[in-house]
Ligand binder design. Structure first.
Ligand code: PRE
Length: 355
């Protein structure tokens, strides 16, 4: 067995040497691309190009009956792209922290483990960091399929004039972590309100709905607090519990096991058309009969598929609202550009549709 294993390992070593040689060669070319982009002050992150590369490789792999599937190829190349981007220009990525949040997980998924991260304690601070150029990219949650939209993210998109350049969908699994192994002794539960509301069945089943709920700015902060309070529990991610040394009492406690959150990456530039894009806008309608109907009719007439429409309050002394709308297409397409201009919508970004 040992000699057989050694033989196979030797083959692996040889291939690893080749992979490393090719990776170094790739990174030398990437550095040249970086120099070009830096001279022109052009954006480093080009999601449409990354998509093109992955699609090409998956096709080649399928033709060659390669053992790797699409997800595996994507996982390897997303890491390669993340390292490439960091080599081209080391850019800071702000996210809704602290370390250990689901948003941190989403940021690492896109930018890799080696990027320069800036954890910030609330969503608006991430928007401010992009608007003030303290970070190039920001990662924030925008909606969850159990709880709906994150209002502060929609309001900040309206307020700060930053652009959406990408989206990420993550499966979200909550855990119940506590220093206490007897659940009946728990006196306080820490969590972000969205996390708490996603686990109501679990809380009811374990008679925890009457226990004091202390809302926190993030599920990671909840884990931190539960790590200092032996009569408490936190609803948080597995990673946050681990970072704060709080044992897991229960896992996957969310009501909806298909619980997913959509995150957006915000920045200050326009991404190119990929052929499978989504556009986000803000629209306002007047207080006239059929005004919303007239707005939506445009989409039907131009054969544009609406993906989401959400109304948000103006927050002034009226009860007037504005609309956040997602639809298929890219602003570089004539019909998309026309509808935005005609309805005087505020363009928030056109980006590769991944959710
Ligand atoms: C590269 C890196 C970053 C971009 O997001 C897309 C692709 C890559 O590693 O292939 C290279 C690059 O910067 C580019 O093609 O524009």
């Amino acid at each position: 067995m040992e000699s057989k294993l050694e033989k196979l390992r030797k083959e692996i070593d040889k291939l690893d040497n080749d992979i490393l040689k090719l990776l170094n060669k790739r990174m030398e070319i990437v550095k040249k691309v970086g120099e070009l982009k830096n001279n022109l002050n052009a954006p480093i992150y080009r999601p449409e190009r990354e998509k093109e590369i992955i699609e090409r490789l998956v096709e080649i792999s399928n033709k060659q009956n390669g053992i790797l599937n699409k997800d595996e190829i994507e996982a390897v190349f997303l890491e390669i792209f993340a390292i490439s981007r960091a080599l081209e220009r080391k850019e800071r990525i702000a996210f809704l922290g602290p370390i250990g949040t689901y948003t941190h997980q989403a940021a690492e998924f896109k930018f890799g483990a080696n990027a320069k991260y800036l954890p910030l304690l609330n969503i608006e601070a991430v928007f401010k960091a992009i608007a003030n150029k303290e970070a190039k990219y920001g990662v924030v949650p925008i909606e969850n399929n159990t709880e709906g939209v994150v209002g502060i993210t929609l309001d900040s998109l309206k307020k700060y004039g930053v652009k959406i350049v990408s989206e990420i969908c993550l499966d979200i699994h909550h855990s119940f972590a506590s220093l206490q192994d007897d659940i009946t002794k728990i006196k306080r539960i820490y969590s972000h309100p969205q996390g708490y509301n996603q686990c109501l069945n679990f809380l009811e089943t374990h008679n925890l709905l009457d226990v004091e709920f202390i809302p926190t700015e993030s599920t990671a902060r909840a884990a931190e607090l539960a790590g200092k309070d032996e009569f408490s529990g936190a609803i948080c991610s597995k990673i946050a519990a681990k970072i704060n040394n709080v044992p897991l009492l229960f896992e996957k406690i969310e009501d909806n096991l298909a619980n997913r959150t959509r995150f957006i990456i915000i920045s200050d530039f326009k991404t190119n058309c990929s052929g499978k894009d989504k556009t986000s806008v803000i629209a306002k309608t007047s207080h006239k009969t059929g005004a919303l109907f007239e707005l939506l009719k445009n989409f039907k007439e131009k054969n544009i598929n609406l993906l989401k429409i959400e109304s948000r309050p103006n927050k002034d002394d009226t009860f007037n609202t504005w609309f956040y709308i997602d639809f298929e297409g890219h602003i570089d397409e004539e019909k998309v550009k026309n509808i935005i201009e005609k309805e005087q919508m505020i363009w928030l970004g056109s980006y590769l549709r991944e959710c």
